[in-house]
Each structure stands twice: as C-alpha cells, then as structure tokens.
Ligand binder design. Sequence first.
Ligand SMILES: C[S@@+](CC[C@H](N)C(=O)[O-])C[C@H]1O[C@@H](n2cnc3c(N)ncnc32)[C@H](O)[C@@H]1O
Length: 323
Amino acid sequence: MFGIGHMNHHAYATASAAAAAAVCGGVTPCGSGRGRRALSSFTLLFSRCSNNYNNNTNCINNENKKNTSINDAAATQVRSPDLVALEYADLHLPHKIGEVGHVRIRQHVNPLSASLSVPAEVPNWNQVFRDSTLPLMVDIGSGNGRFLVWLAKRSPETKNYLGLEIRHKLVERAQFWVKELALGNIYFMFANATVSFEQLVSTYPGPLAFVSILCPDPHFKKRHHKRRVVQKHLVDSVLKHLRPGGQVFIQSDVLDVALDMRNQFDARADILQHIDDVDQGECVNLCDAEGWLLSNPMGIRTEREIHAEFEGARIYRRMYQKR
Ligand SMILES: C[S@@+](CC[C@H](N)C(=O)[O-])C[C@H]1O[C@@H](n2cnc3c(N)ncnc32)[C@H](O)[C@@H]1O
C-alpha cells in the first residue's frame, strides 16, 4: 500500500467547497521565509488536522463531533482561502473584478459532453505571446490560474505559460489578471485538454518544455473514470511533443487518481525517466520509499493543494523527464 490518509469523496468535497470560495494566497516548503513565518501560527493552531497525515482520515471522518469546538474556533480564525490569499499575496491580484470577480463553479463538468468535445481554435501564437519561440509550459486544468500567473511573473523572459481550462469563467478571470499584470508570457485558453492539447502544442512555434497536471478532477465513480483528463492519447501527445529533457509534473490529493496518472506515465519508461531528486535551485526534493516526491518542487503550491493540505490530505507527486 502507498496509502496514508488519502482523501475520500466526502473530504474532497469539503476541500472543494473551500476552493469554490476562491480568494487567493499561500506558502510552500520552497516558498518565501516571510510567508512561512506568517503561516507558522496557523500551522500550530491546525497541526491536528493539517500536519498529521497518519491520523487524517480519523481526523476528518471520525472526530468531527469531538472537534466541533476546535473546528468552530478554527473556522472563525482562518479558512483555506485565507491561506491561498497569503501564499499568492505577492501577486496583488484584484479581489473583486466586476462581472467575473466572484466565480461560482459547479463541482465537476463532464468533459465528454458534446459541447465540450469541439476542439479549441488555435490562437495566433505571435499575438498571445511576446516571444512565441520561448520554451512552453502547459498547465492542464489550470483552475483559477494563480499558480501559473505566479510562475509566469517569476520568469518573464525565459518561458511562456499556457493554461488549459474547461471552465469558461475561470479562463475569463485568469486572462483579466494577465492583462492587469501586463504579462506577455502567459495565456489562458478555454479548452478541453483531452480534445485540444495535441493540436495546440503541435502548432506552437517553440519547444514544449514542461507539462503539469495538478490535482485533476477525480471523477470518483468507476464508470466516470473515462472523464478523467489523463487518457492514453493525452499521454501519447505529451510524450510526442515534449522536447528531450522536458519534464512532466503530476500530482493529486486523491491516491487513486495519482496512481492512475502514475501508472500511465510509468508505463512509458522507454521515453520518460522518473526523477526522484529534483534540484530546482534552492530546494532539492527527494522521494519517499514509494517513489512519491516529498514536497512540491515548483516553488509554490497550487490552490487545490493548499485547500487539500489544510484538510489534512497528503499530496502524491511524480516528476518525469524525457530521455
Ligand atoms: C481540482 S481543479 C485543480 C486546479 C489546479 N490545477 C489546482 O491544482 O489548483 C481541476 C481543474 O481542471 C479542470 N478540468 C477538468 N477537466 C478538464 C479538461 N478535460 N480540460 C481542461 N481542464 C479540465 C477543471 O475545470 C478544474 O478547474
């Protein structure tokens, strides 16, 4: 068993409700010291639920009544959207932006529905990026988009960033932020990645350097697994277009989803090498005995990751490199 305290359906829904309340924010093991210090009191306060992976299933499922007063107190002091706000505070994103400021979203959409099966129109890459020859990172299922905006702002001259997201309103709001921050190296597209990834990356003028698939919608029921974003033809496309040395980063707070993705990428060991020692500047990330990366190597956690860790979930991560 890989398993320590993975999320069940109920716990996932709880964290998702917090995510839907979207504000902005957070800190990672590789994040700024300032943020980490700011979070330390929260971490102490919530150590029962946030840091004890071994006990988290009990924590979430069995101790609810016993912990009511603790949770009530916690709820009045901090919520996971506040942690998101803190983690992404440096972006200074406007909180309310008129029509698209408060985005209420349904839990999951069905990517197999007819309306979402239409391939996205390929944009004019020279219009969406300042320099369309730069290496490209694609984030599949970019959600609210803060994670990718944060990366793009940090590397304005060296990489382009493309977020693919199936919820229109999230794309609209993320693009609003891109314009507000006047970033010329990031673009969010309304696209069903399973349908459009191949055509989009094959028309991009520069090399495909990095693909991330972070906390994809779990579609728990077995009969709905075909709705999951990582399907064989998507994996084939990623491997086909990734440049040699390019990387794939996957993670999920749902063990079954993480294993599903992992099995599909591990199966291509002829092309992809699993990296268990990711050295990205200031932090070296090692794996546990099961081959899961112990921490996030990106320098910042995704929003879903923040909500899930706040609920006590463990994040299962793998990083691969094309041979
Ligand atoms: C649980 S959220 C995670 C968002 C973000 N990656 C994070 O970690 O915070 C999954 C996102 O993937 C999007 N999504 C699901 N299926 C998709 C598909 N086929 N193509 C593009 N986006 C998809 C959903 O709309 C949702 O915003």
